[in-house]
Design a protein around this ligand. Sequence first.
Ligand SMILES: Nc1ncnc2c1ncn2[C@@H]1O[C@H](COP(=O)(O)OP(=O)(O)OP(=O)(O)O)[C@@H](O)[C@H]1O
Length: 426
Amino acid sequence: MTAIRLEAVSKVFEGEHLAVDELSLEVADGEFMVLLGPSGCGKTTLLRMIAGLERVTAGEVWFGRTNGTRLAPRDRQVAMVFQTGALYPNRTARENIMFPLQIAGQDDADASSTAAGLAQILSLGPVLDRLPRTLSGGQRQRVAIGRALVRRPSVFLLDEPLSNLDTTMRTELRQEIGAMTRDLNVTTLYVTHDQVEALTLADRIAVMRDGRIEDVGTPAQVYNDPATAFVAGFLGSPRINLLSATIRVTSHHRVALDFGAQSIQLSPTDRRSLILRNHDGAQVIVGARSNAFSLITNQDVANQLTGTLRAFEFHGQQSIAFVECGIQVVDPDRVGLARPMHASPDQDDEVPTSLLTRLLSRVGRSGRSDPPAEPLVPPTHRRADLVIEIPPEADLKRGTRVHLALDTSRIHIFDRTGRRVDRITR
Ligand SMILES: Nc1ncnc2c1ncn2[C@@H]1O[C@H](COP(=O)(O)OP(=O)(O)OP(=O)(O)O)[C@@H](O)[C@H]1O
């Protein structure tokens, strides 16, 4: 078993494309770490650098006490499984699994019995003597996993191993991968862009964006106490509401969040007031998940927002309502990009300068591309809507005025670049 330590690792591809940007991360011995992030953020590149399949442009990769940055892949004791585990088509499942042992010089009988033992754990017993083309996608992935694990690697890397499987198979194999890697106590780095896989499998999650890590923590930490607005937006469904606000400190040192036409106050006992009192007048982003709101009929309740119900969707256990409150809503995918959606030009300076930006600034080019196009949103959802959960039995008509209580103990406050300003824990 081996811990992995990445020290300021960067990868610049030809054409000066920066895929990984001075990234540091430690994965403890035997830990299951999930790298979570949107397509193109550099997850696969990072995994390939750890496996030795991609040269590191700068920084170091350590396995325990060994500097592995320049080690050949075969000397790293690392096994990797890809999206579609490529199997030898003319070898049976058993032969595929035992092949690495044969290459290592083990005799056939021993290799076959080791393969059979692993196949039992992977529920492959009945299909061990079949060729890959006769197996289902899930079975093929199991064989690929078996082949990767058969030599008991110190480090196990998986790159979206479930992405080509149907939902039932994904859930089943996901649970098995979790159980098996823990039984074998192998240090595992698992890449996905699927938040459910990350939340259910990980000991810790590292959330990546644009070649960097925005947050690392247990699933509960990154979900309940996200470091940035992007992380808050990436985890959770429906996505968190991000509301533009200004901090106002009243004469009695109470902190109010002013949304323009409406405002709310933090409770005087809220310890975050002590931090926010120093930010009077600051433009911030308030993050509130859909279940931080509740519909109320009593208009005397403090901290309520009023809006018009525009649409709702039935989701079984709950319904999702879209409420127009006249509050500017921010897109989590765009917060903190080089040119934030609502930022004034001078706020760009607050965004950390990346390695590529610095590299390219020497040749007089900007390191970041334009923000991506607005992602698709459900047809019922306008960007300015708050998205809230309501009980499925709520009998509401579109166009009615609704009052929403906001539980301020469950909101997060970010600066305009998306970094948390109200963090007490962690
Ligand atoms: N060989 C390469 N040459 C040039 N650019 C590359 C190369 N491989 C990857 N990239 C670029 O590096 C960035 C990161 O790619 P990478 O495959 O690591 O992302 P990812 O997070 O794994 O994405 P996905 O989830 O879609 O697989 C992308 O912009 C990609 O286009």
